[in-house]
Write a protein of this length. Structure first.
Length: 721
């Protein structure tokens, strides 16, 4: 799209010149074309402002359409030419407000300008139609008044009044017809003859009752009956007629009852405005607004209208919905380009249309590579399953694009059930959730909606969206579980375990929200808050309970925190701010996070270790890392997973488990690593682990995670016991 040269005012006047040349020949005005062009310049400026505005002011654009009618551009061709000029030239002449430095529309604005231009066309057409309708209504009222005045004046000055009436009757720009109460057409003006396209004789030989049309609303003829019986004075409707050549004539029809001097019904007067062109324009705009421009399928708007009707059906009706998302479509777009991706979508749309041809079935494109197929009836349980099978079968054949055969895979979520139980938004949300469940299971398959799975997904989504605000509102808190020295039973520290006090769900453990925080990236600010709060608490313990001995606080790090460039700087800043020595902090990293870790990932941990911060390898024994790799990892502590202690709950303990733990402890000590064991629940376990040489332990045997004050009491009891 190339910008028209010249300044903004030159481009405005250039557009006004093109516009005036297009519509001046069909405009009933006494102005010269140059004078008419000057009248259009302010309207062009208003269109230019509407095109560049952050949001479209439909009322402002409709006013421009109405201004055309005020300028006597009332011929339907004037509107058609105007819309063509706007479509072809508006963006080129008036889209400069959204241009980049090279003079071309900014890449992110091209599609927005085209979309804005289409909406401007629609708004201008609506404003033009409204103004023309208002002008026609005024003419109709004037004609009606003239007709009534003419009829009343017959007794006083028949010749003079009839001359006035005939002037109005024959010179009106709208169709006028007069019929008696039996419906016999007595007179029509030239405009009505032209509208119907036949001869005057053809119209005068018919009765009003003969002019029915298949699209007539029964209410029209009910009102007609009331009018000829004198029960109604007038009515106004939109009505279609069939011309002699078989084409349709659409009109705005006003029928009025004329009474004689004594007030008895005598004639009926029909006033017709030809709205065929306007109706065709509205149908075209309606089609464009409800169909996908690329595939021609119904779009999201039309699909929701249809779904809403389906869900409001009567008792006994059911529906089935297949929500399809193509697997790996982004890869095709990225590797072959968007043009190839568009051709693929068109082919997929064609195949889907062949799958939904039965009555009550439809296919729509919701956007991107998302499609939906809908079936309705009284037995949709089997039908929707068959529909999904047909779709999967239709996609099985590779699609040839630019000489390449592309294998198309798709994931489908199916929702089926009785109508009137759920809203369209709820149905689509369930289908979307189910589709992603099929995609998570490997794709190229379909899954049936499961209310329980939907509820879990909705809860996860709710928690995910609530996470940022929860951190700002201070809904997180920390519980501490003591780390006990197995040799003397003293409390040597504590592990910080974050909790979420959710307003609706109560206290949530980390397993409910930490994966969500990692997925959204919120784990970084949340982890920083946990570290800061834990270090602050550790400083409080050190100041208040110096006699309890050295305390160490253990804080967990997620894999995403390991890759965050501010990890070392944040840790140093927090330690210095609260005046805590590095050796009072231990950062726990899961074994799985360090499997295959390269030097870049280990570099921050090495820097922290060199500063004096202890690094613990958490959940040790659950991964598949080579034990020899322990020598290259900057760790000081091995934390054995609780699965090792479970085998010690029975008596006697499993000798194999004992040998494994003994071997790990021996290896760790040979590498100058201490060993901590999780999940200690009984005194027998604690004694056995002490015998095997483990250094520290934690678990419910000593204390459940709790508030910091309880840990103070345990530590103080150890110091004074």
């Amino acid at each position: 799209m190339t910008e028209v040269p010249g300044g903004p005012e030159d481009r405005v006047r250039g557009f006004a010149m093109i516009w005036s040349r297009a519509i001046f020949p069909v405009t009933a005005t006494s102005l010269t074309r140059h004078e008419f062009e000057e009248e259009l310049v302010p309207l062009v400026r208003r269109l230019r402002a509407a095109l560049a505005a952050p949001s479209l002011d439909s009322a402002e654009v409709q006013a421009v359409g109405g201004a055309l009618v005020d300028a006597h551009c009332t011929d339907p061709e004037a509107l058609t030419h105007t819309l063509d000029v706007v479509e072809e030239h508006l963006v080129a002449h008036c889209g400069d407000a959204a241009h980049d430095g090279d003079g071309e529309p900014a890449a992110g604005r091209r599609e927005e300008l085209r979309s804005r231009c289409a909406r401007i066309q629609h708004a201008m057409a609506a404003g033009f139609a409204a103004a023309l309708r208002e002008r026609t209504r005024a003419e109709q009222e004037a004609i009606s008044r003239a007709a009534l005045n003419a009829r009343s004046a017959v007794a006083e000055a028949l010749h003079a009044s009839e001359a006035k009436f005939r002037a109005v009757f024959h010179g009106a720009a709208i169709g006028i017809g007069i019929a008696d109460l039996d419906g016999t057409i007595l007179e029509v003006n030239d405009t009505m003859v032209r509208m119907f396209g036949g001869t005057r004789h053809q119209l005068l030989s018919r009765k009003a009752h003969d002019l029915t049309h298949p699209d007539d609303d029964p209410h029209i003829w009910r009102m007609y009956g009331e009018l000829v019986q004198g029960q109604r004075e007038h009515y106004r409707v939109e009505k279609a007629y069939t011309r002699p050549d078989g084409t349709a004539l659409w009109t705005n029809l006003t029928v009025s009852l004329l009474r004689d001097a004594e007030g008895a019904p005598q004639y009926q007067l029909a006033l017709m405005e030809d709205m065929t062109e306007r109706r065709l324009l509205n149908l075209r705009l309606r089609y464009e607004a409800t169909h996908d421009a690329l595939t021609g399928l119904p779009n999201r708007t039309l699909f929701f209208e249809r779904l809403e009707k389906v869900l409001s059906a009567g008792e006994g009706m059911r529906f089935g919905l297949c929500y399809l998302d193509l697997d790996g479509f982004k890869t095709i777009n990225d590797s072959l380009g968007h043009a190839a991706g568009d051709r693929l979508l068109v082919e997929v749309a064609d195949r889907l249309q062949t799958c939904a041809t039965a009555p009550g079935e439809m296919v729509a494109r919701l956007g991107g590579d998302e499609f939906v197929a809908l079936t309705t009836g009284r037995d949709t349980e089997a039908e929707v399953d068959e529909l999904a099978g047909r779709i999967m079968h239709a996609l099985a054949t590779p699609i040839r694009i630019d000489g390449r055969e592309l294998t198309v895979r798709g994931s489908i979520g199916i929702v089926e059930g009785p109508a009137a139980e759920r809203s369209p938004a709820e149905v689509l949300r369930s289908a979307d959730i189910t589709m992603y469940r099929a995609k998570s299971a490997g794709g190229n398959r379909y899954e049936l909606a499961d209310p329980e799975a939907d509820a879990r997904a909705i809860t996860r989504h709710g928690l995910t969206t609530a996470l940022p605000a929860a951190l700002d509102r201070g809904e997180f808190f920390i519980e501490y579980q003591p780390l006990v020295h197995l040799g003397d039973g003293s409390v040597r520290g504590a592990e910080a375990l974050v909790r979420w006090l959710h307003p609706q769900h109560g206290v949530l453990g980390p397993d409910r929200f930490i994966p969500l925080a990692e997925h959204t990236g919120l784990i970084v600010p949340l982890g920083r808050w946990v570290l800061e709060e834990s270090v602050r608490q550790a400083r409080v313990w050190r100041d208040r309970y110096e006699d309890a001995g050295p305390f160490r606080i253990n804080v967990n790090l997620s894999p995403m925190q390991l890759t965050h460039q501010g990890l070392v700087a944040d840790t140093v800043d927090i330690l210095e701010r609260f005046g805590l020595e590095p050796d009072a902090l231990c950062l726990e990293v899961t074994e799985s996070a360090l499997i295959g870790a390269d030097d870049d990932l280990l570099k921050p941990l090495r820097r922290l270790s060199e500063m004096g911060v202890d690094i613990a390898l958490d959940d040790f024994g659950t991964g598949y890392s080579n034990l020899a790799n322990l020598r290259r990892l900057p760790v000081n502590v091995l934390k054995l997973d609780r699965s090792f202690t479970q085998g010690m709950q029975q008596f006697p303990a499993d000798p194999v488990d004992l040998k494994i733990v003994e071997g790990i402890v021996s290896l760790a000590h040979s590498l100058d690593l201490s060993v901590t064991v999780e999940g200690v629940e009984t005194g027998a376990q604690a004694e056995q682990l002490k015998h095997l040489g483990c250094d520290t332990a934690q678990g419910w045997y000593y204390a459940r995670p709790g508030p910091p004050d309880r840990l103070h009491e345990l530590a103080l009891a150890d110091a004074t016991g």
